[in-house]
Design a binder for this molecule. Structure first.
Ligand code: ADP
Ligand code: ZN
Length: 599
């Protein structure tokens, strides 16, 4: 294990292992199998990279994310790890060269796509080579129930049959127990030691606000907190992603759309720009994200609500992989609730499937409406428990107000009933507020006892009441009747006066306290920071790699704070191993020196 620590420090430039990296590495070093569940950004890759370096032979990494392999290999080469990849993007000649490197023992790490690995030809090649371990990345792709299912993953159990003596390590960030069982069964990992790290992402700040004016709300959030940051904005529809991206460009942001309807080259180009350039915002449908390995995504914004807590967690999880502060920001409103409820009701599948979907949507709505810590609720959903409220979500920072909504809720339910459960929310509010318009008189609704009994609340407040009643299942949305609201069984007790209801008082999330300091610490010299970033950018462009492959922001921040003046001091910066010290020490020390001693 001392060798592993030595590699961590000298090759990767990191001080110490994070829990439970050391235990995992020890297991693999001893030649045993491991199953690793760690959240995104937890540090999974070191768990196979270090054993691959410490054990004799080459580490084989199986990954479905072909688009990422080039950057992964570049990052490894930057720190002096001899690595290559084999996938369909290589021409036969280049592939043969990689194969020769493997056979002559010139590789520490080799990334292989699963469809390639399972070919008999590739197995024969590996049989002749010296192999340190097999790492099966994104192991949840073996699960037929998940949305990332890859048929080739099913065949990976052959590794165990054909190479019984070589340790295997399977890794995933997917939390749930069923998927874990499936991985163990399908990959034949019954004997593997399991490492399950907590799923919390403490550096992500969760915020969910009321949607009242989406574009200005987004603009304000971006201007105040993320003016120069890379991030992802999620929307439900393709058209909306293009519309929002176009509009953000008009506002001066470097925003690009991404959805499955764009051509493959456009998508690849936008993704590459997101990785290679700084401060690019991708406006995307959920088609974007799987395998986005960019560490410095500073925010994920949702303009539409995801259908499940799982999707919400996965999408927001793309922020802040580098462990620095990041924002998960979402706005949602009554229309989201109605739209999603309608989509669910109209979806294909058995009644049982629909019920399960409704159930998951309810959990998502619950997360939006809760007045207690969001992180606590998220963790509970995944079967984990926080010792105390997190202090880093909107409800912790700006406790939500509640009010006794019993009386208003009864009025709302009663107007639904009196109008025959045939009308949408706008008309219902008109009746409650005693509006005089054509529709009201056409249906004679001014004669109802509920007409005009709701003048105490304004339009927004009524929408809030209806939203919360739909979200909590007192009202349902009728698909056939264009969003007409109907009473549900659950509202009986409330109508009979046997039950009271506390409602959330909506705020517009404008509190200053909530703003996330993703900007630099105040003691950092901005001019030096910019100069270091410039140098990083030039070096990255010269080599055709993303800037973070040269150094992460964290390393640059440390340079600003510690102002190293010798190569020895530079070597102590996080992320500076021997190779990077050699390669870049001089260049960055010169920037610091020039800054401190102009002329
Ligand atoms: P995952 O694959 O689990 O999403 P990564 O392996 O990409 O996470 O690691 C996330 C980030 O944490 C990377 O920037 C990595 O360099 C950093 N990291 C991992 N382990 C350590 C460590 N022991 N000390 C410092 N930084 C680490
Ligand atoms: Zn909290």
């Amino acid at each position: 294990m001392s060798e592993a620590l030595n590699i961590l420090q000298s090759v990767f430039g990191y001080e110490s292992f994070r829990e439970p990296q050391d235990a995992i590495i020890e297991t693999v070093l001893e030649g045993n199998d491991a199953l690793v569940l760690m959240p995104t950004g937890g540090g999974k890759s070191l768990c196979y990279q270090i054993p691959a370096l410490a054990r004799a032979g080459c580490g084989i990494v199986i990954s479905p994310l072909i688009a990422l392999m080039q950057d992964q290999v570049s990052a490894m080469r930057q720190i002096g790890v001899r690595s290559s990849f084999l996938n369909s993007t290589l021409d036969p000649h280049a592939a043969r060269e990689v194969e020769a490197q493997l056979l002559s023992g010139d590789l520490d790490l080799l990334y292989i796509a699963p469809e390639r690995l399972t070919q008999e030809r590739c197995i024969a090649l590996l049989k002749q080579a010296s192999i340190a371990l097999f790492a099966i990345d994104e192991a949840h792709c073996v699960s037929q129930w998940g949305h990332d299912f890859r048929a080739d993953y099913l065949q990976l159990s052959l590794l165990h049959q054909r190479f019984p003596e070589i340790p295997r390590i399977a890794l995933t960030a997917t939390a749930d127990a069923r998927t874990r069982e499936e991985i163990i069964m399908r990959l034949d990992l019954g004997g593997a030691q399991q490492f399950i790290a907590g799923f919390d992402r403490p550096n992500i700040r969760y915020r969910i606000a009321l949607k009242h004016n989406p574009k200005p709300q987004l603009l304000r959030f971006l201007k105040e907190e993320h003016a120069h940051h890379a991030g992802i904005v999620y929307c439900l529809s393709r058209r909306k992603t293009e519309d929002v991206a176009f509009w953000l460009r008009e506002q001066g942001f470097n925003a690009l759309p991404y959805h499955a309807g764009l051509g493959a080259t456009v998508r690849a180009d936008h993704q590459a720009r997101f990785l290679r350039e700084e401060a690019v915002i991708i406006v995307a449908t959920i088609a974007f994200g799987m395998g986005i390995d960019k560490p410095d995504v500073r925010f994920v914004a949702h303009l539409d609500m995801p259908k499940t807590v799982e999707s919400y967690y996965q999408e927001t999880g793309r922020a802040g992989r580098d462990g620095e502060p990041a924002n998960a920001w979402m706005i949602y409103g009554l229309q989201d609730v109605i739209k999603l409820r309608q989509m669910m009701a109209g979806s294909e599948g058995s009644e049982e499937h629909k019920r399960a979907e409704q159930h998951r949507l309810n959990a998502m709505l619950g997360l939006c409406e809760i007045t207690t810590c969001r992180r606590e609720s998220l963790m509970n959903y995944f079967g984990e428990h926080l010792a105390e409220p997190c202090g880093n979500c909107d409800t912790c920072l700006e406790p939500a107000d509640t009010w006794d909504g019993t009386d208003s809720a009864r009025k709302a339910l009663s107007v639904v009933y009196r109008t025959g459960q045939r009308f949408g929310v706008n008309h219902l509010i008109d009746v409650l507020r005693g509006a005089e318009n054509k529709k009201v008189s056409q249906f004679g609704h001014q004669a109802l006892p509920t007409y005009g009994i709701g003048q105490d609340l304004d339009n927004q407040q009524w929408r809030s009441v209806f939203r919360q009643l739909v979200a909590r299942g007192y009202l349902s949305v009728d698909l056939e009747q264009f969003g007409a609201l109907r009473l549900e069984e659950k509202c009986r007790a409330l109508l009979r006066g046997e039950e009271n209801i506390e409602l959330r008082r909506d705020t517009r999330g404008k509190n200053i306290k909530l703003q996330t300091k993703t900007e630099l610490p105040s003691d950092i010299d901005i001019a030096l920071w910019e100069a270091l970033r410039d140098r990083r950018r030039t070096l990255a462009e010269e080599q055709g790699v993303p800037p973070y492959v040269i150094f992460h922001d964290r390393s640059l921040k440390e340079m600003c704070a510690l102002l190293p003046s010798s190569s020895m001091q530079f070597g102590r910066i996080t992320g500076v191993g021997e190779r990077k010290l050699d390669k870049y020490g001089e260049a960055f020390l010169a920037v610091i020196n020039d800054h401190l001693n102009p002329n």
